[in-house]
Design a protein around this ligand. Structure first.
Ligand code: 9D3
Length: 265
């Protein structure tokens, strides 16, 4: 899959992309990512990319011409992209479903917004406008990295273990179950705030794979019920999971009737 990222801060994008799973996929050629410095598409001596807003007001606006020139250069060099995405606080919310949809495209251009915004005429060339959430960032570079990371790991061959992609909590619609690694007991005598020993649950050491599977389902469901009940509406649950969920919900209701709060465990 091909990506082009247009930004006034190429260094903000380049280093993170060279690391980890994406870095390896780029080395192998599974992903083809080009980062474009918007200033390279200016024609004036000072390489100016922004200007004051017509009508007055605070802040600066990204000029349209360098952006049009960058998009023309990308198309000339790499062909017509499948999508041109503008990152902006006005965008629709980027979700796992959006990531899945974009991962099926051959060539995606990401335009990183900055300052108070971009000249409205740029939207002529934009096919979608995406926000990553309701918080104020200083520009679209981190959102572009978030989008490329979430999309690229769904591209076949990018993540080594496709099973881990398929099992992913958000693709399944549940939060993850708790994970443990060695040692089975921490610093003999060590205890958590409630005085419990910092021990790995016995079931995980039992070798009883059916019991382990059921424990993990229960933990994932109980966490999701406690922390993100909104996710349960869209979750694809098998028969066993539906049964466990009903048990948990019943437990919660009877706990409330006894005047206790529902517990996470
Ligand atoms: C809606 C906020 N605007 C009110 C005047 C000002 C403004 C704030 C921050 C304009 C641009 C920005 C820079 N942010 C992004 O470019 C951005 C963003 C974000 O801030 N939050 C979540 N997703 C995104 S995607 C791009």
């Amino acid at each position: 899959m091909k990506f082009d990222i247009v930004t006034i801060f190429p260094a903000m994008i380049e280093r993170p992309l060279a690391e980890g799973i994406l870095g390896r996929a780029i080395e192998r050629g599974t992903l083809d990512v080009k980062v474009r410095d918007l200033r390279d598409f200016t024609t004036d001596r000072h390489r100016v990319v922004d200007d004051v807003p017509y009508g007055g007001g605070p802040g600066m606006v990204l000029k349209p011409s360098p952006i049009f020139a960058a998009l023309d250069a990308i198309e000339a060099e790499r062909g017509r992209p499948s999508a041109v995405i503008l990152t902006s606080p006005q965008g629709t919310r980027f979700t796992q479903a959006e990531a899945r949809r974009l991962s099926g495209l051959a060539h995606v251009v990401l335009l990183c917004g900055r300052y108070e915004g971009v000249d409205e005429r740029v939207r002529e060339r934009v096919t979608e406008e995406l926000s990553i959430g309701d918080y104020v960032l200083s520009g679209g570079e981190l959102p572009a990295l978030v989008i490329i990371d979430a999309v690229a790991r769904l591209v076949p061959g990018v993540v080594g273990d496709q099973q881990s992609v398929a099992d992913d909590s958000f693709s399944r619609g549940l939060l993850d179950f708790p994970q443990f690694t060695r040692p089975a007991e921490l610093a003999p005598g060590a205890a958590d705030a409630e005085g419990r020993a910092l021990k790995v649950p016995d079931v995980l050491l039992s070798g009883n794979h059916a019991a382990i599977r059921r424990w993990r389902k229960r933990e994932a469901l109980s966490r999701t019920l406690a922390r993100r009940p909104d996710l349960l509406d869209g979750a694809a649950l098998d028969d066993e999971e539906q049964e466990i969920l009903r048990e948990l919900q019943d437990g919660r209701i009877s706990a409330l009737q006894k005047g206790k709060a529902g517990s996470d465990a």
